[in-house]
Design a protein around this ligand. Structure first.
Ligand SMILES: Cc1cc2nc3c(=O)[nH]c(=O)nc-3n(C[C@H](O)[C@H](O)[C@H](O)COP(=O)(O)O)c2cc1C
Length: 375
């Protein structure tokens, strides 16, 4: 496949980067993508410091190629903004018990037994999940382990840039607007991911086709841009390149891999879904995220409950979603995050096969379409 500046920046063969998908982008998946010539990125958003270090060591045992680590750095949590009361309403944390009662009723209505609290809230691995201290503990591990690439999925890595740069770590930021790209590029990052509305997970209001060229116009003369969101085969890669991207950041296409850390029912939900199978909902983390439509997203919408800000909404959704997983009901209750490209995914395959298809498909489309258009 063609090489771009991204290949030299990360020391890889193909300009294809595995998106850091929380818990789904495992050491096995990241290593498989790196071994196939792309850049594997660990989805470490919810990994406590001990698990994160173990994942980094495990990935190093599976590949001698470069790989990255992705975490979230939500500005609101780091500033403590979500702990403040809205101007006249109750504190979000005071609404948690009432909303948890909704989750309990939901489970009853679905005929799902509530899981043991020990399974829902396992021994914390370090500070409380998604707290300011949790993000800081993750960053300490990333710096101590001198990872090759760090990706910030939400927010700015600015407070850590000096230490990351001293280690030679390349830094990527995922952005969903030109405004955010203009905020993070001056802190000295090495690449941005322009992730459009089509993509799985935390979500931009701007469609991928419109977002990529506008981010390229705004910052493309300073850093390379990776296109993301709804890119699930070689045609999407070729299109992103035509829009000015130097590479791609692909999530959902790798979720339906043997190595992805999601449940079999969740992989099946991807294979069975069509292009209408996803929705953008705040019902899981409190921030808008694209996910596969489910009983949880449907009944949450019908309840008209206003989702709580991060990190409180997870305290409401987690008991319901984990209980569904343990009851073997992930497919209809907790199929998980995914992008609109899942209608193109027809089977669960090894990540190396998916990589080979992406590389071959992009090459072929670029060659054949250009030749056909020239005729
Ligand atoms: C299951 C899943 C989990 C995700 N978790 C994260 C995450 O933890 N951190 C992050 O930066 N992005 C996360 N994302 C977003 C991806 O990094 C990426 O931007 C997105 O998957 C691209 O769109 P696509 O799924 O259509 O390829 C997640 C996406 C999915 C599908």
């Amino acid at each position: 496949m063609f090489r771009t500046s991204i290949c030299d920046l990360f020391g890889i063969e193909h300009p294809i980067v595995l998106a850091g998908m929380g818990q789904a982008s495992t050491p096995e998946l990241a290593a498989a993508v790196s071994n196939a010539g792309g850049l594997g990125v660990l989805g470490a958003a919810s990994a406590g410091p001990r698990q994160l270090r173990e994942w980094i060591h495990r990935t190093r045992a599976l590949t001698d190629k470069p790989f990255g680590v992705d975490t979230l750095l939500p500005a609101s949590v780091r500033r403590g903004a979500s702990l403040k009361a809205p101007s006249n309403g109750p504190l979000p944390k005071d609404l948690v018990p009432e909303y948890q009662a909704f989750a309990t009723e939901f489970l009853k209505g679905q005929g799902i037994a509530p899981a043991d609290p020990k399974d829902i809230w396992p021994e914390p691995d370090g500070p409380a999940m998604l707290s300011k201290e949790f993000f800081e503990a993750q960053m300490d591990v990333i710096i101590e382990e001198k990872v090759a690439v760090y990706a910030s999925g939400l927010g700015s890595p600015q407070p850590w840039m000096e230490r990351l740069k001293a280690n030679g770590t390349k830094v990527i930021c995922v952005v969903g607007t030109v405004r955010h790209a203009l905020q993070v590029v001056p802190v000295g990052i090495d690449a941005v991911v322009a992730q459009g509305h089509d993509g799985g997970g935390h979500n931009s209001p701007i469609g991928t086709l419109a977002l990529i060229p506008q981010v390229v116009d705004a910052v493309g003369d300073k850093v390379p841009v990776l296109g993301a969101g709804g890119i699930s085969d070689g045609r999407g890669i070729a299109a992103a390149m035509m829009l000015g991207a130097s590479g791609v950041w692909i999530g959902s296409a790798f979720l339906a891999s043997e190595e992805a850390g999601i449940l079999p029912g969740q992989k099946q939900a991807i294979v069975e879904a069509n292009e209408e199978g996803t929705t953008v909902s705040r019902s899981v983390t409190g921030k808008p995220a694209r996910m596969i439509k489910s009983k949880w997203t449907q009944l949450w919408n019908e309840s008209e409950n206003e989702p709580l800000p991060m990190p409180y909404q997870s305290q409401v959704s987690r008991p319901a979603l984990i209980s569904a997983n343990l009851a073997g009901r992930s497919q209809d209750v907790n199929p998980g995050f995914a992008g609109q490209g899942i209608g193109m995914i027809k089977a669960v395959r090894p990540a190396a096969v998916i990589m080979a298809d992406l590389v071959e498909g992009a090459d072929r489309v670029l060659r054949e379409r250009m030749a056909a258009l020239a005729r």
